[in-house]
Design a protein around this ligand. Structure first.
Ligand SMILES: [Zn+2]
Length: 434
């Protein structure tokens, strides 16, 4: 019998077992999870399943008969999510909700252990071992959970964490040169700028101790698993291997690339993942659709079939690394930002990936309006100080997108001002007037 104690050795052995065997182990974990969700007011009301129904489940695939949970549910019924047992809560994370109100995600002691295990096995898959040093350039405070998850994962694996936090390149390089981390964790743009700062100061990042880079936030891989231009730039500047990861505060689990970088492994004991089409039906391997997550074993903020709004693909064939658990491909875009343009489907990220290849471009955003023919009217606003850039942009877009959206080139400062006008954590790159 599999006991879910978040043990690394047991986890590695499970990943070498067949998918069938993994699903056998997931079924009792799913039943336990669904029983627990019946303690949550929202699911008591909305799940539409009895204790007897849960006991009678025959396969994890029957999960797809249950209703979805949406981010709007999390906003509108905020008080009905989360374990109503204050004594069990040890930590609160806050995440930005779609209405602007933060979603409160409470963690129990078991949830914090689960979170640590989730990152420990992810780091292990990316080649991190006990005795390695890992530089964390993400924040551990301000009610963010990612930094804490990485920190507890590193230490529970037996590696050492260097809690450097974000910002201050000079201090970061002092820390790198003093403590010689083998691995660095951070947001892609920051890691690019950190390496570029060193180059400008006459330091060669490829001669540093850093061998591997684990990125968080925006994807550094394209749907074909090759690095995006941003990913290529980071890899070249650092002379290091890059491993992309994807996760969100609400689902308390990460999808992280292993050494084979053929998608983020889905932790079988922690997560059931589905990809669905616009009608909500599960699609087969390799077909893009919305990522639906059911994190298993969460106590404080359990969820069933959360619609993430992110687009990706599932891969169920064994990974070249030797693990047989399913993998999730790179996130290709947000469902809400899907563009219908001249008969093709397009995401803003695809356009940005083209523009990132042009050094003279320093920022861009997409404006979209409804057109009379049922498709979308796009305008890509591009920041550049170069006067003769338009022809090159036009050729690159045409060659790589096979369609050519309208674009406007404006001074960089003007584009940056528009992108940061609403004061969000990240610059806004998408303006939807549909
Ligand atoms: Zn693998």
């Amino acid at each position: 019998m599999f006991d879910n104690k978040y043990d690394i050795k047991q986890a590695i052995s499970l990943r070498h077992a067949s998918l069938h065997k993994q699903e056998e182990i997931q079924l009792p974990l799913l039943k336990k999870h669904l029983h627990h969700t019946l303690n949550i007011p929202f699911y008591q009301r909305e799940l539409g399943i009895s204790k007897a129904d849960i006991n009678n489940l025959r396969s994890v695939s029957e999960l797809s008969q249950l209703p979805f949970t949406t981010r709007e549910h999390l906003d509108c019924y905020a008080d009905d999510f989360g374990l109503p047992d204050e004594k069990a809560i040890r930590d609160f994370a806050l995440t930005s909700g779609t209405t602007g109100n933060p979603v409160i995600v409470p963690y129990t002691d078991s949830d914090l252990k689960r979170l640590a295990f989730n990152e420990a096995i992810a780091f292990y898959g990316a080649g991190v071992r006990p005795d390695d040093r890992v530089l964390l350039t993400v924040t551990l405070d301000r009610c963010f959970i990612a930094g804490l998850a990485y920190y507890s994962g590193i230490t529970s694996l037996g590696a050492s964490a260097i809690r450097s936090g974000p910002g201050q390149p000079a201090r970061q390089w002092n820390t790198i040169n003093t403590l010689n981390p083998k691995v660095i964790v951070g947001v892609p743009t920051f890691l690019r700028d950190l390496a570029q700062w060193a180059v400008d100061e006459g330091i060669d990042p490829t001669h540093s101790s850093v061998e591997s880079i684990i990125t968080i936030g925006e994807s550094v891989r394209k749907p074909d698993h090759l690095l995006t231009p941003m990913g290529e730039k980071i890899a070249a500047l650092w002379g290091a291997h890059i491993y992309s990861s994807y996760g969100a505060t609400e689902f308390e689990t990460a999808f992280s690339e292993c050494k084979a970088t053929q998608g983020g492994h889905i932790h079988p004991e922690l997560m059931l993942t589905e990809i669905v089409d616009d009608q909500g039906n599960v699609v087969v391997d390799g077909i893009p659709g919305e990522v639906i997550v059911t994190p298993l074993g969460v106590e404080g903020f359990p969820l069933v079939r959360l619609k993430t709004g992110d687009i990706s693909r599932m891969y169920s064939t064994p990974c070249p690394c030797g693990w047989k658990n399913k993998r999730l491909g790179p996130v290709e875009g947000r469902l809400a930002q899907r563009l219908k343009y001249k008969g093709t489907t397009l995401y803003p990220e695809t356009i940005f990936n083209v523009l990132q290849q042009i050094d003279e471009v320093s920022g861009a955003y997409v404006e979209v309006r409804k057109s009379s023919n049922g498709f979308d009217d796009l305008n890509v606003v591009i920041g550049s100080e170069s006067v003769n850039i338009s022809k090159r942009i036009e050729e690159m877009l045409q060659a790589q997108l096979r369609v050519k959206p309208a674009f406007t080139v404006l001074p960089t400062a003007q584009v940056e001002a528009t992108m940061s006008q609403d004061g969000g954590r990240k610059p806004r790159k998408f303006f939807d007037y549909r």
